[in-house]
Design a protein around this ligand. Sequence first.
Ligand SMILES: NC(=O)c1ccc[n+]([C@@H]2O[C@H](COP(=O)([O-])OP(=O)(O)OC[C@H]3O[C@@H](n4cnc5c(N)ncnc54)[C@H](OP(=O)(O)O)[C@@H]3O)[C@@H](O)[C@H]2O)c1
Length: 329
Amino acid sequence: MYSPAATRYNKDFYRRSGRSGLRLPLLSLGLWHNFGGVDSYANARAIALRAFDLGITCFDLANNYGPPDGSAEETFGIILREDLAPWRDELIITTKAGYYMWPGPYGEWGSRKNLLASLDQSLKRMGLPYVDIFYSHRPDPDTPLEETMGALAHAVRSGKALYAGLSNYPPAQTARAAKILRELGTPCVIHQPRYSMLDRWVEPELLATLAAEGIGATVFSPLAKGLLTDRYFKGIPADSRIAKDQRFLRPEHVTDAVLGQTRKLNDLAQARGQTLAQMALAWVLRHPVVTSALIGASKVEQVDDCVGAVKNLNFSTEELALIETILAG
Ligand SMILES: NC(=O)c1ccc[n+]([C@@H]2O[C@H](COP(=O)([O-])OP(=O)(O)OC[C@H]3O[C@@H](n4cnc5c(N)ncnc54)[C@H](OP(=O)(O)O)[C@@H]3O)[C@@H](O)[C@H]2O)c1
């Protein structure tokens, strides 16, 4: 029977999300990959429990995580039932709706119909009465923002979610959505954008918008799906994401240019006494507005390694300048 590590809490491992009362761990665990019906349940369970033992209280899901779609929520539901249920009040469980989930006009995007039906399905799959954060997974160009935000607010007011979040919204739309949610009395506590050394779209505007609105950021794919690690230095390992699932990361993404940059970054990480993964995580966490770095893991050891990042979150001016030079090259 599982019993969590007594050492799991260290107060320096949590950051307040924007101006909300919610504190999140510096690292959150995402269940996008490695938790589907096609994956090993024993491995998924071991990763989730190790994460919780290390103080990772936030588990990030979405309706469509798998494959097949929905199966990551089912897997997490079993882990909850069999192991984590006694600690439910120590967990932040998130889910999202907006990407394609079921056929017909209501199975995706941002209508009230899609969001609220999807949330009910997610709760059923996980066996939960409520999630902690419910996200609009992506902006919908056709549905009025008032309708999508109204659905998030309704989810919160009905007790099926404790907080509302946005994912993949651009800066101006984020500000408008935040205003609507504030007026509805259910403020947006968190935004979930993609951010890593290899993908910096949030830097020119979004991070400042979030700071001004008092919204935290939980940034996804901070390791660029594995590219910002030593994973691909010697080819494509058989147990890597590229070898197992080429939907989002493919061999052609491991270019000579990327390898040139990541090898140089790896040298710097070693000089800092870190792995490349650890330095990549510390780098996104250097912004105070970034509440949490949302990682994925295919092995327990990767969770251990990633959590080690917090031993050195500081960068000298020279180190930051060197990273800029490497990334510009
Ligand atoms: N809101 C959205 O639209 C959205 C979109 C994408 C993701 N997300 C969320 O973000 C989460 C994380 O995304 P991601 O999995 O792309 O994140 P990531 O942390 O950038 O990549 C995770 C991958 O990096 C490798 N890795 C992790 N730690 C490592 C270590 N210490 N050493 C070497 N390799 C390591 C593993 O690759 P291998 O599998 O090859 O071992 C792992 O699967 C998702 O699970 C999901 O919750 C949200």
